[in-house]
Write a protein that binds this ligand. Sequence first.
Ligand code: CO
Length: 465
Amino acid sequence: MSGVLINETVLRDAHQSLMATRMSTEDMLPIIEEMDKAGYYALECWGGATYDSAIRFLNEDPWERLREIKKRAPNTKLMMLLRGQNLIGYRHYADDLVDKFIENAAKNGIDIFRIFDALNDPRNLQASLKAVKKQGAHAQLAIAYTTSDVHTIEYYTDLAKQLNDMGADSICLKDMAGILTPAVAKDLIPAIKAVIDVPLNVHTHATSGVSQMTYLVAVKAGVDIIDTAISPFAEGTSQPSTESTALAFNELGINTHLNIDRLEKIAEYFKSIRNKYLENKTLDPKILFPDPKALIYQVPGGMLSNLNSQLRDAGASDKYDAVLNEVPNVREDLGFPPLVTPISQMVGTQAVFNILTGERYKMVPTEIKDYLKGNYGKSPAPIHLEFRQSIIGDDPVIDSRPADHLKPEFEQLKEELGNLAKNDEDVLTYALFPQVGRQYLENKYKEASTEMEPIKIQARYAKSI
Ligand code: CO
């Protein structure tokens, strides 16, 4: 056990988990050069909800952010989170779109693609894996970690071996809810390591308060890479703190390859950024406290706050506990899917409907029906026939790879977009987020055409907030 590599998440998961992905590019760029010299294995800086948030809330070009980060970090790998066939959107896209998206992401600077499927159905990773390989980039295939009767050590080792044999360059055990405990890690990590011959990365969240212990056990058990966040954006629903991890591991003789002086400068910088977001209430300090209940409900922090606001909007905050108790029931009905995007939203909404209507499955969202028709892939445990029929009747159920049923769509989307499609990136924005994407592009080109000259990037970043 000579060392462990560290991914820094402050540019993606940390602010996605703590403040709904609202960190702006101008708050990131001034510190990237310093981050590039700190000794990180990779900077996770793109994908997940960053694209959606950039065009929907920040009026920013997500591609421009990626290029600007790349320019300032020539020595450190850049990593993105990709939801397999869902890319960074919420439905299954055709293979040609997956290919185009990955081609453009790689060209603009992504080195490592962390790819997961919400159902852990390896067929939903095939197209992305092939596209990443075509670009000569690193394909990290991820396992969404969850707990249920079917999620045994054997389940995870079988899956890890499959991903290894498919051609993964590394494998990630992705614990989005922060529910991986030290005791489980102690058994699970060596079991996975024994069946794979590529590096293993563990990703967890500090949500429940046990993550530092889990990392220590995981590293002692042979994990190669872990994910942390610089202290001002660490802990709570984010990752454990980078500096604390580095200091503790270094003292134990576990080399993290990180330069503590540089980490301090980075932390100093992000402290002022955090203060700004605390002052304008983008960052709610409540979310920084550990929530041991996560271990009991096994529900990701983001989902808890979503449920909370859904119920508040419906004037039914008093039903919060009832809904939380209904979540595991819905999950069982659906064959124990991991609670990760987009499944977490679907399960949450169904649980809310079941409680608010007073009758289970009286109202069923289209997405749940699609799920029951096999359009999202194979559920971890089989779904009871009677239950399935009670929702979708005799509608056909597919058991092949869902994307095999999708026709190529890139050219058609390009045509639909007409004049607004100046390049592949525009078509992808529209493909992934049809309404918001079109609106964003209309604004972008309206703005540009009224300018005397093309918008200078420095001018945009110098704009006051
Ligand atoms: Co995460």
